[in-house]
Design a binder for this molecule. Structure first.
Ligand code: ANZ
Ligand code: ZN
Length: 883
């Protein structure tokens, strides 16, 4: 039945959108310019929360606006559906993670639809579906074939009670397992990483391109996260004794930030992933066994493997010939070790060992060469920046290493006496000449460890074969389907239990082999999902970059960094510059805080523990004392959560959406106070009123064929042009906010101002044509924010068979003449009828369309005089007089 209620309007429009899904689809081929609006896809945790409602409202408003602006809008939605909560539910309640996930998706999808969001569901994806994770597996293999995915020992959090690997989020800051309460240990496991460091420089320097389009704060966070420090890459000549007695010459590059300690080098050490180590393993079974044993070694291990056949020469040792010229002297006297304490994927994966001045080197040296003296080269002296006269270090040699900066001591020959700074400089200049030293930047960011000893994730498409090593699964055998496994929460990788699945044949030699039993970090899924949306259903149609990406600032570092990395990889691999930066513009929305009630002791109160005074002040039911009211992050333990669906049901989708936008600028925290939603309801009621009046005029026109009931006069002309000016102001304001996104709150206030203006205007004052045109324009401006009521109003005026409002063109303010320049005024403040002072240059719409009395009092209080005059008084009436 058509009762005109909000609930009825919602039902009607939701049904209409549901039955015409194509309205929201983005055709692959279109002559409109493309616009890709994306909000970060949700994890299907159970139900939508207010934060979701906020971000999807923002992206929906932008998508609807862009559509009316004539763009071919892509506004897709999907589910980040792999991850830990599904696995935990499975362990705790024995449910199938797939089923649990699907159910949650169903609930949340219904909620998203309930808010009237204009999503293109034909492109819906979920990362846990084989169609999607096949793509994730292909991505992995592409990286693998490019040498950008590698396997190396890495540390994991190990729960010794449950015998399982824990995610960082499962470990308390004190290092206790959330799961079993045990003290978490660290353990080495062979794990897959992506070589993100290869793109670090690119990732850092391209942040420049994002300036002005991304929040400065996010750019800075990325900058710091990637980090950059400068040091030197020093080449050490190396000699390898071959089994036949011949000597092979090579070199090893180390990364150091302490070039000044160069003459104190006593050995070199390589990480187990160093290319030379991999090569030597082919012929050295003992070394191979050592590398294999590394994962089981404890953290901070001093273990090392001495490469007996290899020695290195310090490039800084020189000799002077009979003519007095100095030349490098290659004395191959430095031993070389493979040591787990040297990290792979960091610097050059090789270090120069300076036991005297580096603690880790000291410990290592003491372990492996306990009897050899330690060579100190730096003295704790004040810096003396002069070569002449050289000063000899005469202090005592300290027993423990120290790495403070001081001066080069007598062990530095003719360089003794130089400050560390000057020493570095001189060594650098000398070696640079010979091509043995290169200043390099090193990044703080590490390679991206993607192995998870978890079940609910994308299986790694690799087969391990004793004779062939890690072999990629053949193209035609993708996807590697995640097998069903009974989850217990104990043991290592759950996939190990799927014995049938694990056992396979080697794609390369056909021999018996085993599948990799790790799954990928879910950040891998989200590092490319936005490319998938652009591809489907037509692979030709790859819409990149995302024009506007909207999401929470909590993803400012990892997700965005990984997505940028993968995108850059594609840009490089394909030469397609559209992938260079995946998100042309980034909007980060603030959190939603809930109204929180506490008693005097700071205890959180449940709704049933609160009463209200007749004036509406909350009191503690038991004691009658006033509650402390604050706004805090919504959480179950604070009883301050709000269910989005309840809100949508109670107030309608339009008022809820408008309220969300109006309460705070997009980037700020939003204090959710439902009481204030009546303001939006009143506004929308006015919009409906105005539309009805316009409808009567249009009906009159339709039946009589003219608006001539009124004869225009000079007065109506003047009023009409004033109205046109109001329209132009509103169009300009709302359009600016839509483009800016962050100021969508002011779009709502601009709309309320225009509504109030129209509400106070009768058609005959301005002429019915001008009136109807204004109402139509108002509805177009309202449409992206409140699509149901505005759509309904449009139908009241134009009938159900007209082209719907959401398909209309966005209005252009220049249609309505130029905006009058004067938009501010001086306001005289009188108190008790006496002039007190003047507020200068107040905006003409000084009340922001809201209660002018409250506005005036607030303004007056903001001034010193006003505060002095009014504080403590009971203000009954304010009269505002423009000067
Ligand atoms: C010689 C030296 C002497 C060093 C000394 C330090 C003190 P930051 O400052 O954190 O960048 N290093 C280089 N690559 C490494 C790797 N892959 N794994 C472990 N350690 C590595 O650290 C730079 C220092 O860390 C480098 O400078 C190197 O040791 C070590 F008295 O070289 B130094
Ligand atoms: Zn094989």
């Amino acid at each position: 039945k058509d009762d005109g209620s909000i609930a009825q309007i919602d039902t009607k429009w939701l049904a209409r959108w549901e039955s015409n899904p194509r309205t929201f689809q983005s055709p692959a081929v279109s002559n409109k310019p493309p616009c890709y609006v994306l909000s970060m896809f949700p994890y299907p945790s159970g139900s939508l929360h207010m934060g979701h409602l906020r971000v999807y409202t923002i992206s929906d408003v932008v998508a609807r606006y862009k559509h009316m602006k004539g763009f071919n809008v892509l506004h897709p939605m999907g589910w980040d559906s792999f991850g830990l909560p599904a696995e935990n539910a499975a362990i705790e309640r024995g449910v199938d993670p797939a089923e649990w996930t699907d159910q949650n998706i169903e609930t949340m999808k219904a909620q998203l639809k309930r808010m009237g969001a204009r999503f293109d569901w034909s492109r819906e994806l979920r990362t846990s579906s084989p169609e999607f994770y096949e793509g994730t597996q292909r991505l992995f293999l592409t990286l693998f074939k490019e040498g950008l995915a590698y396997r190396a020992p890495a540390l994991v959090n190990w729960d010794p009670v449950d015998q399982t690997v824990l995610a960082n989020e499962q470990v308390s800051p004190e290092g206790i397992s959330w799961r079993s309460g045990a003290k978490v240990e660290q353990k080495y496991l062979q794990q897959w990483s992506f070589r993100l460091t290869k793109f670090a420089s690119f990732l850092r320097h391209n942040l420049e391109l994002l300036k002005g389009h991304w929040p400065e704060k996010v750019i800075n966070q990325q900058h710091h996260w990637i980090g950059e420090s400068s040091g030197q890459r020093v080449t050490f000549p190396v000699r390898i004794a071959q089994p036949d007695g011949s000597l092979q010459h090579e070199s090893i590059k180390v990364y150091t930030t302490r070039l000044d300690t160069l003459l104190g080098v006593q050995y070199l050490a390589l990480s187990v992933t160093h290319p030379l180590v991999e090569r030597l393993c082919e012929t050295n079974a003992e070394l191979k066994a050592f590398v294999k044993s590394v994962p089981s070694l404890p953290v901070g291990t001093k273990a090392g493997f001495w490469l007996e056949n290899i020695t290195a020469a310090n490039p800084m040792i020189r000799e002077t010939d009979e003519n007095g010229t100095e030349r490098p002297l290659r004395r191959f006297d430095l031993p070389i070790f493979v040591a787990p304490y040297v990290l792979g994927g960091l610097g050059t994966s090789a270090i120069m060992g300076v036991p005297a001045h580096d603690l880790r080197d000291y410990d290592f040296w003491k372990e492996h060469r306990p009897d050899e003296p330690i060579k100190f080269v730096i003295a704790k002296e004040d810096a003396v920046d002069t070569l002449n006269p050289p000063r000899t270090y005469s202090g005592k040699i300290p027993k423990t290493p120290h790495h403070q900066q001081g001066v080069l001591n007598e062990n530095n020959g003719k360089y003794a006496g130089l400050s560390c700074f000057m020493g570095s400089k001189v060594f650098y200049e000398t070696l640079k000449e010979e091509g043995m030293c290169l200043p390099t930047k090193r990044f703080k960011v590490r390679d991206w460890l993607i192995s998870r000893q978890r079940y609910w994730g994308t299986p790694i498409p690799i087969v391990h074969c004793d004779s062939c090593g890690a072999v990629p699964v053949k193209d035609e055998d993708l996807p590697v389907i995640l097998p069903k496994v009974k989850l217990t929460g104990k043991g290592g990788s759950p996939l190990k239990q799927a014995e049938e699945w694990v056992k396979t044949t080697c794609p390369s030699c056909g021999g018996p082999a085993e599948r990799d039993t790790d799954t990928m970090d879910t950040f891998v899924d989200s590092s490319w999902y936005f490319m998938k949306f652009g591809q489907d259903p037509d692979p030709q149609f790859s819409q990149m970059p995302v024009d506007i990406y909207i999401g929470g600032v909590e993803h400012a570092i990892l997700h965005l960094l990984y997505a940028r990395f993968i995108s850059k990889f594609f840009a490089k691999a394909t030469g397609d510059q559209r992938f260079l930066e995946p998100f042309a513009r980034l909007i980060t929305q603030g959190m939603v805080h809930g109204k929180t009630f506490k008693d005097d002791l700071g205890r959180f109160l449940k709704p049933e523990e609160i009463d209200f005074t007749p004036e509406g002040r909350p009191i503690v039911s038991d004691t009658g004392s006033f509650c402390n009211v604050t706004y805090e992050k919504m959480s179950k333990s604070k009883y301050n959560g709000v269910d989005p669906t309840k809100c949508l049901e109670q107030y309608g989708l339009d008022a809820t959406r408008a309220h969300i936008l109006f309460q705070a600028p997009v980037g700020d925290v939003l204090d959710w106070d439902e009481k204030k939603i009546v303001g939006m309801q009143r506004w929308l009621a006015k919009v409906q009123n105005i539309a009805r009046i316009a409808a009567v005029e249009v009906e009159f026109f339709r039946t009589t064929g003219s608006f001539s009931k009124f004869s225009p006069s000079q007065e109506t002309d003047r009023a009409a042009s004033k109205l046109m000016n109001e329209l132009a102001i509103a169009i300009k304001g709302v359009t600016t906010s839509m483009e800016d996104v962050y100021s969508l709150n002011t779009a709502v206030s601009d709309l309320t101002i225009l509504t109030n203006y129209l509400h106070a205007t009768r058609p005959e004052e301005v002429g019915p044509q001008a009136y109807v045109q204004s109402v139509e324009t108002l509805l177009k401006l309202v449409s992206p924010i409140c699509p149901a009521i505005s759509g309904e109003c449009w139908e009241i005026i134009h009938g159900a068979r007209s082209i719907p409002l959401e398909e209309q063109q966005w209005p252009d303010e220049t249609q309505f003449g130029r905006i009058e320049a004067k938009s501010t005024a001086d306001i005289n403040i009188q108190i008790n009828g006496k002039y007190k002072f003047t507020l200068h240059d107040q905006p003409i719409d000084w009340a922001g369309g809201l209660d002018p009395q409250a506005w005036a009092v607030e303004k007056v209080f903001e001034t010193k005089e006003g505060y002095r005059l009014l504080n403590g008084r009971n203000i009954r009436k304010v009269i505002i007089v423009k000067a």
